[in-house]
Design a protein around this ligand. Structure first.
Ligand code: PEP
Length: 256
């Protein structure tokens, strides 16, 4: 079984042109272990600049570029939205779908997430599907039911076989941007549940899907989290804005 590791940076609505420069030059000498992909997801206005600077620094084999969201529609009267075709034209390869901030502030449902995943796969891009439970759901032992309810609509929409081209990020909502990280044991146990849930539909596909942990990952806790058997890297928010810290996180990931 060979599963690549992925470290993805979610800049959210942060960063500027200066950070594009600092990140590109900082990553020129990043040390990566085997089978690791680094994905940077800046805000949309910086995608084009990021790709251009990455290419002119000959870093396209080291750094991949992702968007933070996309429309499920192909084109048309959807003011403010961005299509998969537009992302393709900019050489974007990955798209974060269903981040908890989009579910919470923009009322994205798991059905809409499933439609977006379908659109992304049809365009030949790789979705990073975010799932995770709230603090109350964890406290009331609903975590597994919540994760299943977020995954099932995607399985129903695209079919389990297509998960071979999907990345899943497990991000407990209570750990995002709070400094509260899931313990190594809790994170592993939940990633294992996700893999087993997928395995009920297709075991060989489930064993190949990269599962990322997200939620207050930093340069001190990344190594132990990434060493867990079902954790294949991370989706990093706050720490991805600090180049030196992000490089340490990238170096801790390893394919399994
Ligand atoms: C995120 O927003 O996906 C995230 C994991 O943020 P942070 O690392 O800041 O908790």
């Amino acid at each position: 079984m060979a599963r690549r590791a992925i470290v993805a940076a979610n800049w959210k609505m942060n960063g500027d042109l200066a950070l594009v420069d600092t990140m590109i030059s900082g990553l020129t000498n990043v040390k990566l272990q085997d089978d690791v992909s680094v994905v940077i997801c800046p805000s949309s206005p910086y995608l084009s600049e990021f790709v251009a600077k990455r290419n002119s620094n000959n870093l396209s084999s080291v750094i991949h570029v992702g968007a933070q969201n996309v429309s499920e529609h192909q084109s048309g009267a959807y003011t403010g939205q961005i299509s998969t075709k537009m992302l393709q034209e900019l050489s974007v390869e990955f798209v974060i779908i269903g981040h908890s901030e989009r579910r919470r502030y923009y009322q994205e449902t798991s059905t809409q997430v499933a439609h977006k995943v379908n659109a992304v796969l049809n365009a030949g891009l790789t979705p990073i599907i975010c799932i995770g439970e709230s603090e109350t759901e964890r406290a009331t032992e609903q975590t597994e039911a919540v994760l299943a309810s977020q995954l099932q609509p995607v399985i129903d929409e695209i079919g389990i076989e297509k998960f071979i081209d999907v990345v899943i990020a497990y991000e407990p909502v209570w750990a995002i941007g709070t400094g509260k990280t899931a313990s190594n044991e809790m994170a592993q146990e939940t990633h294992k549940f996700i893999r087993q849930f997928l395995a009920k539909a297709n075991e060989s596909v489930a064993n190949k899907v990269p599962l990322l942990y997200g939620g207050s990952v930093n340069s001190s806790n990344c190594e132990e989290l990434f060493a867990q058997p079902d954790i294949d890297g991370g989706l990093i928010g706050g720490a991805s804005l600090q180049v030196e810290q992000f490089k340490i996180i990238c170096s801790a990931a390893k394919g399994k």
